[in-house]
Design a protein around this ligand. Structure first.
Ligand code: GAL
Length: 414
């Protein structure tokens, strides 16, 4: 028997096992398969093993997690749910309502999660008052990444307005450089779209559109401008963009084939995994405009039999929110810790900017959940928006037509 001395784990295991303390086991479903992501999840695997756990990996490739979520549904329908699942935002509550999640309140209370997690994050982890998920990080979605040498060689500064971005992109195009590295997958189109929308609609407009689903905002002139900018961006991507994975787009920025990528800070995890340094090899800046779009990764535990599995769930939950894991994992992942009491001195300038902007936007009311990464809306509504965004991006649909389709799609999804 492995030796582990965790209050919550041993309490749970002992209570149910009477004599024998169960050895923690977990089958973990996640979609962290790119270079930076794999390095990050390895931190959790290692800590789990160091604490006597046996990890069975169930990676399902596919950025943004759509494929992982399909795999999850199939497993749950077959009555064979994984022990722990990368799950986030309102999807946590949707699964809770299906009656298939385990209650991890015993660990959360023993570990004092309520004291170390901001209320905005804790709210996503709770289901009718009990704790049903454990947060690992805060990713920011509204970033522009750039190749530092390419910008310098072309006399371009990091853009602070969309007009500046467009002017820089035209100049780069003239110099034979792909202005925008993009992967044509629906979730990536949605990621770019919401970053553009935040800049153009402003924080209040973003909230009205993508949290409150306000029809007037969805069909407003400002929303038409968002689609206009998407059309402009479409002109800045290379012809091979359809289907490209996000990390391959990041690689295009790394190797200077492309100048910019609009993507969450998991892209920074890729730069770092390739040994690139922020401020030297690559630059980060928030997209033009106010606000902060957050995307909190978390794990939910599914209701499974077996003391070893339950001990594994308790151990995982405890480790995930633990101070040391939150630091090391997020140094690799490109995100910042979900806990408020992790020192950031080993983190880079992009992470510091993220933490400062998150605090300021929380204060100023412009801290907003990412719709594209499943933090703002239930699946039916976010899916309805993304369908319109991606069909606009991949056709010659006008902005007028796009906003009308948006309103209809939302109305039909409610
Ligand atoms: C996001 C997820 C990130 C990252 C990204 C690309 O939805 O929150 O952790 O993995 O997808 O796969």
């Amino acid at each position: 028997m492995k030796n582990y001395v965790f209050g919550a784990v041993s309490a749970v295991a002992l209570m149910s096992a009477n004599v024998v303390v169960a050895e923690p086991k977990a089958e973990v479903l996640h979609w962290w398969t790119s270079g930076g992501e794999a390095r990050s999840v390895a931190v959790l695997q290692q800590e789990f093993a160091d604490n006597g756990g046996t990890w069975t990996d169930m990676p399902v490739a596919g950025g943004g997690g759509d494929a992982a979520m399909s795999a999850l549904r199939a497993r749950v329908l077959a009555g064979n749910a994984p022990t722990a699942v990368q799950l986030k935002g309102p999807a946590i509550q949707e699964w809770y309502e299906e009656g298939v999640l385990a209650d991890i309140s015993a660990v959360a209370e023993a570990e004092g999660w309520a004291d170390v997690l901001p209320a905005s994050i804790a709210g996503h982890m709770q289901c009718e008052g009990s704790w049903c998920a454990a947060p690992v990080n805060v990713h920011r979605v509204d970033w522009i990444w750039a190749n530092a040498d390419v910008l310098e060689a072309n006399g371009i500064a990091m853009p602070t307005t969309w007009d500046e971005f467009n002017a820089a992109a035209e100049k780069l195009q003239g110099a034979g450089i792909i202005p925008l590295a993009h992967g044509g997958q629906a979730w990536q189109d949605a990621t770019v779209f919401e970053a553009v929308a935040l800049g153009i609609l402003g924080a209040d407009g973003f909230r009205k559109a993508f949290v409150e689903l306000d029809e007037a905002t969805l069909t407003s002139d400002a929303m038409k401008s968002v689609f206009d900018q998407m059309r402009t961006l479409r002109g800045f991507v290379d012809p091979n963009f359809p289907g490209r994975d996000w990390n391959l787009a990041t690689a295009m920025v790394m190797n200077g084939e492309a100048a910019f990528q609009i993507m969450g800070d998991w892209a920074k995890g890729e730069f770092l995994a390739a040994g690139k340094a922020p401020g030297e090899d690559f630059l980060c800046a928030s997209v033009p405009g106010e606000g902060f779009l957050y995307n909190v990764d978390s794990f939910a535990m599914f209701d499974v039999d077996g003391e070893d599995n339950q001990a594994g769930q308790a151990l995982l939950a405890k480790l995930i929110v633990g101070q040391s894991f939150q630091k090391v994992f997020n140094l690799n992942k490109g995100s910042i810790p979900a806990r408020v009491d992790v020192a950031l001195d080993e983190f880079d300038s992009c992470a510091h900017l993220s933490a400062e902007d998150m605090a300021a936007s929380s204060e100023g009311g412009s801290l907003l959940p990412s719709y594209a990464h499943g933090m703002a809306l239930r699946g039916a509504q976010s899916g309805a928006i993304t369908d319109v965004v991606t069909s606009h991006f991949n056709s010659d649909m006008s902005s007028d037509e796009a906003v009308q389709q948006l309103a209809t799609a939302i109305a039909n999804s409610l």
